[in-house]
Design a protein around this ligand. Structure first.
Ligand code: CO
Length: 171
């Protein structure tokens, strides 16, 4: 089922999420809904909080070498922890909760992470490139943070001004 994605400045996006305790059918249904929702909105990543579920769940599905987004490449991540970070990299990010806004964000270039699969298996993994960037972006959601909070002061001010204008135009 495709769920509604909440957008900035919805206050829920500022809430910290909680760990998943039961790796049951309810979790699997939620993961399936998250995938359907992300694909329907042409996203490459989604955190549960973006569909108003305060749970430490994120999914990432990067396009492959042929630039196709295939479900075999879907990464489902439960209760993630970033253990180690190295280096820095700049990438133009976007977010389904801040639609049609894109800006450069600096993040670690390499990360070492731990998380659980949908069946509760503990995974330890290292990522770089776009996967490392997306993983950090989605983990921020679980901590109640959006990528716009990483912008330098003046860019952030301009964003707020433009966003207010945009919201006004829609009402
Ligand atoms: Co996002």
């Amino acid at each position: 089922m495709i769920r509604e994605i909440i957008t900035y400045p919805n206050k829920l996006l500022k809430q910290k999420s909680h760990n998943v305790e039961d790796f049951n059918n309810e979790l699997h249904a939620l993961l399936d809904d998250m995938y359907e929702t992300m694909v329907a909105k042409n996203g490459i990543g989604l955190a549960a909080i973006q569909i108003a579920k305060r749970l430490n769940i994120l999914i990432i599905n990067l396009p492959n070498k042929e630039d196709n987004q295939v479900k075999e490449d879907l990464l489902e991540v439960i209760n993630p922890k970033i253990i180690e970070k190295k280096g820095s990299t700049l990438y133009t990010e976007g977010c389904l909760s801040v639609p049609e806004y894109y800006e450069d964000v600096e993040r670690a270039e390499w990360i070492k992470v731990e998380y659980h699969t949908r069946d509760g298996k503990l995974i330890s993994c290292e990522y770089d490139g776009l996967m490392a960037i997306a993983f950090q972006h989605e983990c921020d959601h679980l901590n109640g943070e959006l990528f716009i909070e990483k912008l330098p002061y003046l860019k952030r001010k301009k964003f707020e001004k433009d966003w207010k204008k945009k919201l006004k135009g829609k009402s």
